[in-house]
Design a protein. Sequence first.
Length: 221
Amino acid sequence: MPAASFTALIAQLDAVLPQTQCTRCGYPSCREYAQAMAANTADINQCPPGGAEGVKRLAALTGRAATPLNSVNGLEGPRSIAIIDEDWCIGCTLCLDACPTDAIVGGNKLMHTVIEYYCTGCELCLPVCPVDCISLENVTGERSGWSAWSQQQAETAKSRYELHSARNFFNEGNSTQTLEDKQLGPATGQPATSDSSLSAAQQKRAVIEAAMARAKAARRP
């Protein structure tokens, strides 16, 4: 397949995915799943949020037969959104980092909350919460797949995911430069001698552990 046609197919496949960025397909993003399908290294039945209708759309583009969703990737179901129990949130910010569409807002040691309109129900915030204060709420009743989602919502989610990814890329570059600056002397280029300051990761872990201890203490009768 010519490169231009291959690129166009990736774009077409990506455009009919729901853009929840949930990773249930086995790939880090909807775009990467589209690339794998275009390269014939992934089946078209690996996207639970798209459901049976999503498989039909992918089949029409690829010329492959529509098959039932692969249960290994999950089952089609109603769309849910994340809800944070604000009484138990410790402000660790781990869910902010995990959310692919920046649907969670809050600050370090401050209560977090979910902007429902931007939440895709990806569930990626659940496993990172150290105090299990995040739950899911069904917001579409019995409607599932593309019946519970719209193209406009998918496009909004994709736009927010791209901004989230760009910001993370920028921040990672700055973090690397900051680490290099700390490791080298300010003018001589020699390794810095002071090791008294903790890394950002260690500081964050210390804050989370202290907050978890306070939360556990508060839950005791």
